[in-house]
Every structure is written in C-alpha cells, then in structure tokens.
Design a protein around this ligand. Structure first.
Ligand SMILES: Cc1cc2nc3c(=O)[nH]c(=O)nc-3n(C[C@H](O)[C@H](O)[C@H](O)COP(=O)(O)OP(=O)(O)OC[C@H]3O[C@@H](n4cnc5c(N)ncnc54)[C@H](O)[C@@H]3O)c2cc1C
Length: 322
C-alpha cells in the first residue's frame, strides 16, 4: 500500500501551490525539495507582478507561500530526487540522494529549470543588480536605460524586442554572424530602430560601480579587438535547462526538453503531472507556475479516484473506499 497519494518534486511556487491544494484536498502528500523552499523566488530581488503584492521581496513571498502550503498538512523533506520511475504495480518509485525510496500512484514534477549563465566575472556579483535572466520580470526596472542582451536564439531576440518598451537602446550581443532565432522574430528585430546587433562578439566581463552595472567588456571573436559598452543592465538569454532529467522512461517533450502536458497538466506518462517552469508553455512566471499546479492537483484528485477503482480488490470495485 502506498504511504502517499502524491509526491511533489520541488518546492518552488508550483510545488508549494501543489502542496496547498493537495493538502486541502486531503491527499497524503510528500514534498521533496533539495534546498530551501521558494525556488527561483529566492534568486529574485523584487517581484512586482504577483497579484495582491504590488512589490514584494522574493524571499518574503517564498516564506509566505511555504508557510501557507504547509499549513494544510503536506509533509516536506529536504533531499534531492535522483530518479522517478514506475514500479511494477502502477505506482511510482521516487529515489533520493540519501537513499530513500518513496512510493505513490501520482507524482507532480515541479523541479523548475536553470537559466544558463555566461560564467564571466561580474555576473554573479551583479545578479539582481543589473544582470537579469527574465525580461518580463525585470524590464520595467530599466526605463530609459541602455541595455545589453546576450544571445542569438528566439529567447534573446524576442526579449530584446520586448525590452525596447522600456529601454532607450538595446544592444543584442551575439557571438556569431547569424542569429538562430526564427525568421519572423529576426524580421521584427531588424525593423526595430532601438536595437543594434553587435555581431561576432562575446562578453568577457560585467563591470559596475557599487550596486549597479555600468558597462560590459567585449571581445570580437574574429578580430580579437576589445571594447567597452556602457549599459545600465544586461539580460542573458543563452539557454534555459528544464530540470526533467530525473524522470526515467520516455515522457513526451518539446525540442528544448520541456515536458508536454495535456490541458490538466498530465504528461504522456499516466499519473505523472508537470507544472511550472518544467512544462512547455508560452511563458514562465510565478503566476503561471501557481496556475499550472492548481490545475494539476485538482486533476490528480480525480485521477486518484479512478486509480483506486482500478486497484480495488476484486468484488469491491464501485465502492469508494479511502
Ligand atoms: C532572476 C529571475 C527573476 C525572476 N523574476 C520574476 C518575477 O519578477 N515575476 C515572475 O512572475 N517570475 C519571475 N521569474 C520566474 C519565476 O521565478 C519562475 O517562473 C517560477 O519560480 C517557477 O516556479 P517553479 O515552481 O516552476 O520552479 P522553481 O521556482 O525553479 O522551483 C523549482 C524547485 O525545485 C527544486 N528542485 C529542482 N530539482 C530538484 C530535485 N532533483 N530534487 C528536489 N528538488 C528539486 C529546486 O531546488 C527549486 O526549489 C524570475 C526568474 C528568475 C530566474
């Protein structure tokens, strides 16, 4: 018999919302989080687009979400999940770094993702103080500024365009002489008078004064020439890796590795739900993570009822035992 009905992997906004709804739905729920609950909220200085909070520090919202979620009875363990696979009994077995093995008929994967870093001096120092990985989140902090955007794929090109709503000028810095972004996105980029592409160029250092970025040290990879670009901030879009590697067995995903789900957040593996930044979708925000997880857990309660019917000892099918 399973000890838990639902195992939630990750306690960011999606996982904590999942825990809240699961607790209120009386599901026996285990949340496994490898770090401190809060996820990317803990790397975010200020959040100004979460309804009800005009401006809130990321760690404060994380603390509030965690306290609210745990109030309804979900169990939280601090451990890293290393694998999720089906056992022979239509359940999942979730194995962790400390050697624990947990079983449940349903798993909600809310492990988020990791934005790729440039790995240059100044990047970590100025993260949240002029270095950002999210234009929708941070763009409005840079009204009237000159900005650098690093990357050449769809994310970089689309976000550079988005940032021209706020910035006086956007330099798109790309290490090659062609962009990887779609032709449509490129067309919009080249037509935008506020954007200038700096080709064949890498950022070698992010420099600043006190708590603000002031300029980027650049190097042309073809000529070796170095230069300085004055900017008020830099947005890095050189990749985002969804944390889906723990799932063993094939789960349908998109070209970038994000899990594809149906409209109730179930993946192609029955009983495995996905919510938040791990999921293929238009945008990745706290609000979308929270919404996904709500839908996933409501759907999970229905899935569990069907699962129990299927697994009822013969002769009891149709009876609603707990
Ligand atoms: C710098 C930055 C600023 C942002 N600013 C905003 C903003 O202003 N507004 C906004 O709406 N959105 C913002 N976002 C986006 C927002 O933070 C994310 O969309 C949101 O946090 C996604 O929630 P999530 O729960 O899906 O994933 P995450 O927040 O990434 O949480 C995933 C959790 O899973 C845990 N985990 C991962 N792997 C494992 C494992 N194997 N075992 C156990 N635990 C695991 C992680 O430790 C983490 O706690 C920002 C993002 C970044 C990077």
């Amino acid at each position: 018999m399973s000890e838990h009905d639902l195992i939630i992997i990750g306690a960011g906004p999606a996982g904590l919302t999942g825990a809240l709804y699961a607790g209120r739905s009386m599901l026996r729920t285990l949340v496994i989080e490898k770090g401190v609950p809060g996820g990317e909220l803990l790397n975010t200085e200020l959040i100004e687009d979460y309804p009800g909070f005009e401006s809130v520090k990321g760690f404060e919202l994380a603390e509030k979400m965690a306290a609210h979620a745990m109030k309804f009875g979900a169990e939280l363990v601090t451990d890293g999940v290393v694998s999720v696979e089906r056992d022979g009994d239509d359940r999942f077995v979730v194995a962790t770094e400390t050697g624990q093995r947990y079983h449940a008929p349903m798993v909600l994967l809310t492990a988020g993702g990791t934005p790729s870093r440039l790995g240059v001096p100044g990047e970590a120092e100025y993260a949240g103080k002029g270095v950002s990985y999210c234009a929708v989140c941070d763009g409005h902090f840079f009204r009237g500024e000159v900005l650098g955007v690093v990357g050449g794929g769809d994310a970089a090109v689309e976000e550079a365009e988005f940032l021209t709503r706020y910035a006086s000028k956007v330099y798109l810095i790309h290490r090659r002489d062609t962009l990887r972004a779609s032709k449509i996105a490129q067309g919009r980029l080249f037509e935008n008078p506020k954007i200038e592409v700096v080709w064949d160029t890498v950022v070698e250092r992010i420099e600043g004064k006190g708590t603000a970025v002031t300029h980027l040290a650049l190097r042309n990879v073809k000529t070796g020439a170095t230069s300085q670009l004055e900017v008020g901030g830099v947005f890095v879009f050189v990749g985002f890796r969804p944390n889906t590697g723990v799932v063993r067995g094939h789960v349908t995903h998109d070209a970038a590795g994000y899990i594809l789900t149906n409209e109730v957040m179930m993946s192609s593996m029955p009983g495995l739900f996905a919510a938040g930044d791990v999921r293929a979708q238009l945008t990745r925000q706290v609000t979308t993570a929270v919404g996904d997880a709500t839908t996933a857990v409501i759907a999970a309660t229905r899935y569990l009822a069907e699962w129990k019917e299927r697994h009822a000892p013969s002769g009891t099918a149709g009876r609603h035992a707990d």
